[in-house]
Design a protein around this ligand. Structure first.
Ligand code: ADP
Ligand code: MG
Length: 206
């Protein structure tokens, strides 16, 4: 992956989130406050604009800039969470113009650790971690088996989608949805769905 491809990933993520914004908002209306689609749409639109204005020369810088933009532009829980993940992922990468799938596996792991550190959610708490963690496991496994970026990203996207679907029967233990207690059961977590859109965007451009 080079900086151009990293930018394409952010653009594809922004497009997928724009197309899915109504769905994300509906999901967040069921177990949250109905702003997840609008939050991320605003954030990723700003990310694309920032990267367009001054295109970074490394993948690292693309991800750090994207993360910083999300943190400053999104007020909900998801802005700081996704923003910290992207910043941590970017900082874990070498500043070279091109990075390899094993570098990205390390970066994505740093991103998940940032989310867990900031939000304290474990797998099974019905959050975006339930899509991110299995996606990362699949990415790492594919890379360890010699897959290229496209293969690893495809495996991650499939695992993220399965993980997001598996949030339906869970009871939320973190975030706004946890205030609903048992009433959060039976709905898909909006953040897990947006995470799967972001991994699908990576698979699309890789
Ligand atoms: P808010 O909850 O502030 O309205 P959003 O609606 O933008 O923020 O995002 C909600 C999503 O954020 C949830 O669906 C969940 O996936 C994720 N989330 C919330 N709290 C946490 C947390 N502590 N750890 C990980 N993810 C979380
Ligand atoms: Mg919300």
């Amino acid at each position: 992956m080079d900086a151009t491809l990293a930018r394409k990933w952010m653009e594809a993520a922004a497009a997928a989130i724009a197309a899915g914004a109504d769905r994300l908002t509906r999901l967040d209306s069921a177990i949250g406050d109905g702003d997840h689609g609008a939050n991320l749409n605003r954030g990723f639109t700003a990310v694309v604009a920032t990267l367009e204005k001054a295109p970074p020369e490394s993948v690292s810088e693309v991800l750090v800039k994207a993360g910083t933009t999300l943190i400053s532009r999104v007020g909900g829980a998801s802005g700081p969470l996704y923003g910290s993940a992207l910043r941590a992922a970017g900082k874990a990468l070498p500043a070279t113009s091109e990075v390899q799938p094993p570098d990205l596996a390390v970066a994505l792991r740093a991103g998940l650790e940032a989310v867990r550190k900031l939000g304290g959610a474990a797998p099974g708490d019905k959050t975006l971690v339930d899509a991110y963690a299995p996606a990362l496991d699949a990415f790492e496994e594919a890379v360890a088996g010699g897959a290229d970026l496209s293969g690893a990203a495809g495996a991650a996207a499939r695992a993220a989608r399965v993980g997001a679907e598996a949030t339906v029967p869970l009871q939320a233990r973190k975030g706004r949805a946890s205030y609903l207690g048992e009433r959060s059961i039976g709905h898909q977590d909006p953040g897990a769905v947006s995470t799967s859109l972001i991994f699908e965007a990576l698979a699309e451009v890789a």
